[in-house]
Design a protein around this ligand. Structure first.
Ligand code: SIN
Ligand code: MN
Length: 234
């Protein structure tokens, strides 16, 4: 009954945490979650396997596989030069459509101008975390679209000035959408914990959590970005 009539969604209303930062609970259906989880297994099979990036000499607890452009701390490239040198898989068209639907859902309008070109697909086991950071390796300041599948997490969404308060903690569950753009595009954010055993049946992930962020790099193949700063965690 709960699933049919959405008691859960009613107790988790859509919310704008800050201007431009919108949480939409239960945006993906369970079938969409399962389908994306199956794609994740294909991406993880290569050519570039998920890897824990090293930030300032510390290996992240999250493992990341990328589509379109490969992210490593402070830069994007087409080849995963810090993994095995292989070119990453192309950015799929369906993800452009998902990105537009997500931005339209968050901000209204049809978002036809929004054209993400990279996806950072993160896998968290139950012990994984992500420290407070800004997403600032992109040249473009178009919104970041975040999709969560599997176990829930506590997502900390802060301010653009620094890692500390004020921040808000929000539970992201399987199927949730979070979009941050506009005045919130450079807000610090992180994942303080995974909530084990919370993945819903049928989502395609039994243990751990998948998070996909769709982004616009603002790069092209002729002018690759070399470095943008130091604060990036992902
Ligand atoms: C990220 O900040 O890149 C990922 C956030 C998340 O896992 O929800
Ligand atoms: Mn991030």
């Amino acid at each position: 009954m709960t699933a049919l009539f959405g008691d859960d969604l009613m107790s988790r209303p859509r919310r704008e945490l800050a201007p431009g930062a919108v949480h939409v609970p239960g945006w993906l259906t369970i079938e969409q979650q399962a389908w994306i989880s199956a794609r994740f297994r294909e991406w993880a099979a290569g050519p570039v396997p998920p890897r824990a990036a090293s930030v300032r000499g510390h290996e992240m607890s999250v493992k990341t596989v990328c589509l379109g452009w490969h992210w490593q701390p402070y830069k994007y490239s087409r080849e995963a030069t810090d993994v095995n040198g292989r070119r990453v898989l192309p950015f799929p068209d369906w993800m452009v459509r998902v990105g537009r639907l997500a931005v339209a859902e968050a901000y209204g309008g049809d978002a036809t101008e929004y054209t993400p070109d990279t996806a950072l697909v993160n896998y968290y086991d139950d012990a994984a975390r992500m420290g407070m950071h800004q997403d600032k390796d992109e040249v473009s300041l178009e919104p970041v679209v975040s999709l969560s599948i599997g176990e829930s997490c506590v997502f900390r969404f802060g301010n653009s000035e620094g890692r500390g308060r004020p921040y808000q903690d929000v539970v992201l569950e399987s199927g949730d959408l979070f979009v941050f753009g506009g005045p919130s595009r450079l807000a610090f954010h992180g994942v303080t914990k995974i909530l084990p055993g919370t993945a819903p049946e049928g989502c395609g992930v039994e243990d751990g959590r998948i998070n996909i962020t769709l982004r616009v790099t603002g790069l092209n193949d002729a002018a690759r970005q070399l470095s943008t700063g130091e604060d990036t965690g992902a």
